[in-house]
Design a protein around this ligand. Structure first.
Ligand code: AMP
Ligand code: MG
Length: 408
């Protein structure tokens, strides 16, 4: 059986970023830049006022004090966006608003608070340091400054900076469209009342949400009955997406057709079954360069498989340099015991919290692979290596921090 590390390696060496596209900034939030971006312009583009006040020559005010007010003649008003039509000469000033270009001849701005205003004059009652309250052209961003590196998710601040230097579109890896199929004769929609022997389809919602949380676009397909012909037809249609996820029908039951049909359709099997709990029968295929994941139907297993294997693959399709969740060490309150001699990695659903500088984790409740409520409130997975069957109360465990809020 393939180990989790081998499975990840097999997947990630077979998935490449989708070809980049140029998108307007408004569509680029959260996507990975496909190339490094350098500024070709300077910000601010011109020297301007940092305050509402008066653009002056500092030398004129050297002798100003509360006892000796210096009076300057005001040449006019400069709002942001306006240009002065004459230079500041000795003994004169422009009234200036924040962001307005500093007129020729001026070297400083006196804040309005330090002045008394007259009809066409202003009085200043203290000297000021030359160059104060102005923003120099290029003091924020110089042409040639590295702004964004390839493979990083674009954040709101990045988009603002790109706009400021005149880049209204950006070369990014697009969001993959991910077909999500759930299979099973026993399944009904969340809105339906299950009949005898039926259960509601939890996976379509959980998995589409996981796909969306990665930044990819889930395409939920209509549920598929455990019927060869229907499944074949739907899988053919799903192959139009950038990646395909199926749940259920991947095990060794009499109605588990997914494997056989994928291979009839020409998909190349990379592996089937990973040595982990919950989970097991995860299959990974490729058709051309399209990744196809056959995920077990059990909802806990399904979500863990998406978290541990599909998410990194989708992030690679999206061109992200960082594929994995942050890893941390924690102490497991209450400890844990498993089956002796089990050669599978176990993923425990835990709630992690920071306490006095270290992480404490506790189980979300019973950890059976059919206990979907163990996914409630979980913000981390504790990874128990194969062969380890006991964690003492307070013993150290490795966590994968799965909370999006922590994932930066
Ligand atoms: P399977 O992998 O098809 O053998 O399904 C394994 C278990 O998961 C069975 O108990 C199924 O009823 C259940 N199951 C399969 N698909 C879903 C689903 N979409 N939502 C909830 N439970 C499911
Ligand atoms: Mg089934």
């Amino acid at each position: 059986m393939t180990t989790p590390a081998e499975a990840l390696q097999l997947i990630l060496t077979r998935v490449a970023p989708l070809p980049p596209r140029t998108l307007p900034l408004a569509e680029a939030l959260g996507l990975a830049a496909a190339e490094a971006i350098t500024s070709t312009e300077q910000v601010p583009p011109f020297t301007n006022s940092a305050m509402d006040g008066y653009a002056v020559r500092a030398g004129d005010l050297a002798a100003a004090s509360p006892e000796h007010l210096v009076r300057l003649r005001v040449l006019g008003d400069l709002a942001a966006g306006a240009m002065a039509d004459q230079a500041v000469a000795a003994g004169t000033a422009w009234r200036i608003m924040t962001g307005a270009p500093l007129p020729e001849g001026a070297d400083s701005v006196v804040p309005v608070e330090d002045t008394e205003r007259g009809a066409d004059w202003v009085e200043v009652h203290r000297p000021l340091r030359k160059g104060i309250h102005i923003r120099l052209a290029g003091e924020d961003i110089q042409a040639g400054l590295a702004l964004v590196v390839a493979g990083c998710a674009l954040r709101p601040g990045d988009l603002g900076v790109l706009a400021a230097v005149g880049l209204s579109s950006v070369n990014v890896h697009p969001r993959p469209r991910v077909a999500v199929l759930t299979t099973g004769d026993e399944l009904v929609d969340a809105s339906e009342r299950p009949g005898p022997g039926q259960i509601r389809d939890a996976n379509i919602h959980a998995i589409c949400a996981q796909v969306a949380a990665c930044g990819a676009i889930p395409i939920p397909f209509a549920r598929v009955r455990d019927d060869r012909a229907t499944l074949t037809g739907v899988l053919r249609e799903a192959l139009r997406a950038d990646a395909i996820l199926t749940t259920g029908g991947i095990s060794v039951g009499d109605y588990d057709f997914v494997k056989a049909i994928l291979e009839e359709l020409g998909a190349e099997r990379v592996f089937w079954k990973v040595a982990q709990k919950p989970g097991g029968p995860l299959g990974f295929w490729r058709l051309g360069d399209k990744p196809i994941f056959g995920i077990p139907g059990n909802p806990v297993a399904a979500m863990l498989m998406v978290e541990e294997y599909v998410r990194p693959a989708l992030r690679r399709l999206m061109g992200f340099a960082k594929l994995h969740r942050p890893v941390a060490e924690a102490r497991l309150e209450g400890g844990w015991s498993g089956k002796a001699g089990d050669h599978r990695t176990t993923f425990l659903r835990v709630i992690a919290r920071r306490e006095a500088g270290h992480l404490q984790a506790r189980l979300t409740g019973p950890q059976g692979s059919a206990i979907l409520s163990s996914m409630l409130h979980t913000n981390a997975l504790a990874v128990i290596p194969a062969g380890m069957d006991l964690v003492e109360p307070g013993g150290a465990v490795t966590l994968h921090l799965t909370d999006e809020a922590e994932d930066h």
